[in-house]
Design a binder for this molecule. Structure first.
Ligand SMILES: Cc1cc2nc3c(=O)[nH]c(=O)nc-3n(C[C@H](O)[C@H](O)[C@H](O)COP(=O)(O)O)c2cc1C
Length: 324
């Protein structure tokens, strides 16, 4: 197991608050970093394009000021997520801004991140890449990434099909670098479990949608409180790639969650408009992404309260396991 020095020295808990389309904005990211976990947002959330520079300015200056005022606290670095795909015309521009602001961690999704790796390494930044299969993991390592995010079964958004108990050890067998585990992690106990099967960090998305700072409408946050794992539907209809969504939001859009047609992969378009195939409902805005960890969400705390709670659960779980 291995963690780059930047993360070894500056995390209060081995967690990355994962980037989520629409949901992750500076309010959430800054609170996550102040609480000692990496906060991340997709570059495409900053719209139109010039907003990205404003966000980078705000996040870097607020975190620097907070660090200066709290020299003894662990203040985590932040991360920007780049979608490496033909449907993202901003990629070059957004990577150039990451270089300008020396964004500490860049998280790449979908295609192999060759171009991003070279740019981010030029200033000493780290690149972590999302994968769901061994084949993609090996391809990303060829590109020179600094860590792999294994997106397993049950994750919110575009989830893989493999159990973490299968994928983490298979990747560990050929890779001793940083492994970050994604999928239905919503408690301190699960963070410890991720480490115990060979991951270095837990990647948590859905749990943070139900926080005060998340950019989600109140109905979405409450639906997470009211739902359990069986209320999550795995479908390719909404973005062309299989992902996990809240059943109640599909019903509210007038569709039958048990009879969804397949999506069109060739039409995959991130942040695209409403799709006629979904009766005009827009993925992520109207069809709410969520992972199977939703059954563990019972309230909508502040991010600071949630991270404190996750830390207490993590330490209690460690003691319980050691005492067993
Ligand atoms: C609403 C939503 C939007 C997401 N958007 C993105 C995204 O834009 N880019 C990305 O790399 N991952 C995205 N993800 C996936 C997360 O980064 C992460 O892999 C996942 O949330 C972890 O699983 P969990 O939600 O069960 O904790 C999204 C997930 C959700 C729930």
């Amino acid at each position: 197991m291995s963690l780059p020095q930047l993360l070894r020295d500056n995390l209060a808990l081995p967690v990355i608050g994962s980037p989520m389309f629409i949901v992750s904005t500076p309010d959430l990211v800054i609170e996550q970093c102040k609480a000692g976990i990496v906060g991340a947002f997709p570059a495409l959330n900053a719209r139109p394009e010039p907003v990205l520079e404003q966000w980078l300015q705000r996040i870097t200056s607020e975190l620097a000021a907070y660090k200066a005022a709290h020299p003894d606290k662990k203040v985590a670095p932040f991360a920007v997520n780049q979608i490496v795909h033909a449907s993202n015309p901003r990629l070059q521009h957004d990577i150039e801004l990451c270089v300008k602001y020396k964004v500490p961690v860049v998280i790449t999704s979908l295609r192999a991140p060759d171009q991003a790796v070279e740019a981010v390494h030029s200033y000493g930044g780290l690149v972590f890449h999302d994968v769901t299969t061994i084949q993609h993991a090996k391809r990303a390592l060829k590109a020179g990434v600094d860590g792999l995010i294994l997106v397993c079964n049950g994750a919110g958004g575009h989830a893989g099909r493999l159990s973490p108990f299968a994928l983490v050890p298979e990747v560990r067998a050929f890779y001793d670098g940083t492994i970050i585990l994604s999928g239905a992690i919503a408690s301190g106990d699960a963070i410890l479990a991720a480490q115990s099967i060979g991951a270095d960090l837990a990647y948590i998305g859905t749990r943070f949608i139900a926080t005060q700072e998340a950019n989600a409408v109140p109905g979405y946050k409450q639906a997470l409180v009211d739902s359990a794992a069986e209320d999550i539907v795995y479908s390719s209809l909404f973005s062309g790639v299989h992902g996990n969504y809240l059943r109640s939001s599909i019903v509210a859009a007038g569709m039958d969650p048990d009879k969804l047609p397949d999506g069109d992969k060739s039409a995959m378009d991130f942040g695209a408009g409403a799709d006629p195939a979904t009766g005009g409902a827009k993925a992520w805005r109207d069809i709410w992404g969520a992972g199977q960890g939703t059954g563990q969400i019972r309230d909508i705390p502040t991010t600071a309260e949630l991270v404190t709670r996750l830390g207490q659960e993590y330490r209690a779980a460690r003691e319980r396991v050691l005492a067993a």
